[in-house]
Design a protein around this ligand. Structure first.
Ligand code: SAM
Length: 268
C-alpha cells in the first residue's frame, strides 16, 4: 500500500504478528483518520497546558529564539501555543492527516498555520530555511525504529538550525518501563481523563502502546523505547555541543520517577 492509501485507511493494520512491526515508515499507517480525530481527547489541550506551564516558552525565550520549526506538529498543540505567545512558527509533520487536523484546530482558534509535509529523514528537501529552534515534542522521536534513521533525522534537524540554534526533543521515560520501575498500568501525564494509554508489550527494541477510548475504540502505536542516556549520546554525536536534560519540566528530577525527559540541545 502506498503512503496516501495507508493514511486514508480506516483501520490500523499490524498484520498477523503486531510485535514484528518495528518499521520507521509505519507511522503513516498508524495515524489513520479515526485515530487522528481522537488524538485531542488523548492529549487533552487544557490539562496539558496546565502541566507544562510555560516551560517551552521560557526555554525558547532564554535562548533568544523567535523563529521555530515544529517538526512533529501532530494536531497542533505546541504550534498554536507558540503562535499565541508571539513566536514565528512553521509546522511540519510527515502525516498529512495530522497536518490537516492541526490546520483545522488552529483555524478554530483564529490562527493560520504555515504547514509543510516533511519526513524528518529528508527534512531539508522540503524545508528551505533556517530556524532559531526546532521542537520535536510529544514523544515523537520514538517513532524511529532504526538507529540510522535517528542519526539521519537529528542531522537534518541540526542542519536547519542557525549557528546558535537549539533543538528541544522530549521522550517518555522508557528506562523506568524497561527496568520495571513503574507499573505498566501507570497512566502517563498528557492523557485525557477517560483515555487509557498502557504499554501492552515492552522489550529492548519495541514499546507497543494501547490507547483505549470511552467508546471502546482501541488503537495502537509501535515505538522504539529510547533510553535517556542513549538519546543524549546521539545528540552529542551529531554535533550538539551541550545537552541539558529535564525530568517533567524540572532540572533536578532525582527524587521521583519522571514520566517524560526533555532534552535541550545547543548547537553552539
Ligand atoms: N507533537 C504532537 C503532540 O505532542 O501531540 C504529536 C505527537 S505524535 C506522538 C508523533 C507525531 O510525529 C505524529 O504527528 C507523526 O506523524 C509524526 N512523525 C512520526 N514519525 C515521523 C517522521 N519520520 N517524519 C515526520 N513526522 C513523523
Amino acid at each position: 500500500m502506498n503512503l496516501q492509501s495507508q493514511a486514508q485507511s480506516t483501520k490500523q493494520n499490524y498484520g498477523s504478528d503486531p510485535l514484528e512491526v518495528r518499521d520507521t515508515n509505519h507511522y503513516q499507517s498508524e495515524y489513520i483518520h479515526p485515530f487522528v480525530e481522537r488524538w485531542d481527547q488523548l492529549i487533552d489541550w487544557d490539562g496539558r497546558a496546565e502541566s507544562e506551564g510555560d516551560f517551552f516558552i521560557r526555554t525558547l525565550r532564554e535562548h533568544g529564539a523567535r523563529k521555530v520549526l515544529d517538526v512533529a506538529t501532530g494536531t497542533g498543540f505546541h504550534s498554536v501555543r507558540l503562535l499565541r505567545a508571539g513566536f514565528e512558527v512553521t509546522s511540519a509533520d510527515g502525516s498529512p492527516n495530522m497536518l490537516a487536523k492541526a490546520f483545522a484546530n488552529a483555524r478554530k482558534r483564529d490562527y493560520l498555520l504555515r504547514t509543510a509535509q516533511a519526513d524528518w529523514r529528508w527534512l531539508n528537501r522540503d524545508i528551505h530555511d533556517y530556524y532559531d529552534a526546532v521542537i520535536c515534542l510529544g514523544n515523537s522521536f520514538t517513532h524511529l525504529h532504526e538507529e540510522n534513521d535517528r542519526r539521519k533525522a537529528l542531522a537534518e534537524f541540526y542542519a536547519t538550525l542557525k549557528h546558535d540554534g537549539i533543538l528541544i526533543l522530549d521522550q517518555r521515560n522508557y528506562d523506568a518501563l524497561l527496568d520495571h520501575r513503574v507499573e505498566p498500568t501507570h497512566n502517563f501525564y498528557y492523557c485525557g481523563e477517560n483515555v487509557r494509554a498502557t504499554p501492552e508489550h515492552v522489550d529492548e527494541s519495541l514499546a507497543r502502546f494501547r490507547y483505549e477510548f470511552p467508546d471502546e475504540e482501541v488503537f495502537h502505536l509501535n515505538m522504539f523505547p529510547l533510553r535517556k542516556n542513549y538519546v543524549r549520546r546521539l545528540l552529542r554525536e551529531v554535533g550538539f555541543q551541550r545537552v541539558t536534560t529535564y525530568g517533567d519540566f524540572q532540572e533536578t528530577y532525582h527524587d521521583s520517577e519522571p514520566d517524560f525527559f526533555i532534552h535541550v540541545a545547543e548547537k553552539r
